[in-house]
Design a protein. Sequence first.
Length: 455
Amino acid sequence: MKKQTTITKKILLVLIICLPVFTLLLWERNSKVEAKTEDIYKNLETFSNVLSLVEKNYVEEIDSDKVMEGAIKGMLSTLDPHSSFMKPDDFQELKIETKGSFSGIGIEITMKDGILTVVSPIEGTPAFEKGLKPGDKILKIDGETTKDMSLMEAVKKLRGPQGTEVTIAIFREGFTDLQDITIVRNVIPLISVVSKMAEPGYGYIRVRSFQANTTKEFKDALNTLQKDGALNGLVIDLRNNPGGLLDQAVKMSDIFLDHGMIVSTKGRIKEQNMEFTAHDNGDKYTFPIIVLVNEGSASASEIVAGALQDHKRALILGAQTFGKGSVQTIIPMENGAGLRLTTARYYTPNERSIQATGITPDIIVPTEVAEPQPEVKEKKKINFLREKDLKHHIKNGTEEEVEEPALPQDEPSEIPGETKAEPKKEDEAVSDNQLNQALMLLKGLAVFGKMDLAR
């Protein structure tokens, strides 16, 4: 009993000694919170004063709703390229993108240094047929400058009734002047999956984007390919796939994985920390898989590539991906508007952050460019637009951002003059070096698997 009393006294003594330290830590923490709150109130007071001065002194009477909307947009634009405020009609436009269809020209766009820039054209659409390319800068839409135009405003101007025309002025590296391109709008069907038998025994499935029915379309395509007999190999083409719905990327990865992590998200608050795991669905696909990626593969397509790569279920071939590894949460507002806010980062099963680095292929095969014109002597480096090039992009979340791997020595990283390649059609596999390389590797694996290596 005496021993227990002595121990109790020692514990009390330690607590008494430590109490000032605990008190000091709590005081410092509360002081920081109070200081931060005080700074916010001061800034709000400054904003209120500026608004009051504008209302009283501006040369014309102002529209207070428009001014407040501009203030909100300006606040969000300082965060990162993917956070934005959407007016009620803009919010409805966003909902259309994931189901049904819409009428437009068929491009994925973003803002780079305040300039409206093409991420990638959607295959089979008017923009694709007109030869628009990733990195093209759209400086005018129907004669109106795109400077300071929001993404949603640009989307609304590019979309329109089927059969109507829209003229865009683009600038591309190698151009000496703006080039006007008139495009006839058409219905952009959200059929995200196309497939074919590339060669006997070798299937090819192209996933254009991740929409509400992508996984179903993918499984249907896979079943159709298998009706002709057992597959010796499969190519999944995610090139120029700008992403889409997270749940579809997870479900598509789950087709080929029986267990383990597919992707996780990590944010500042507990609710943003999520893990998505694979399940044993009963289907066993033992054929080898090669996933094609390039500079236009972003977001959901990077999740699929990263999951299959980390689980060693597929070989990734092509060029370094876009690097869009952040999560946007859509928050509906009371007035029908919406807030798109970046709330977390994506991580592959091996805890690699995709943000601003992308997925590095197992085998680097540079994206093809057109043959140069013989009379042009000047060399210009090819610069592809990626997440890390966007103003205010959020960092990778690790101590060091991974540098993009150098191109193989036998592949030139520069070409002379302006590139004027026509867009590839889906049946032009013969000129598709990345696809040809994938098929050659799959055939090699099939032959290698039949060899008796035990002798």
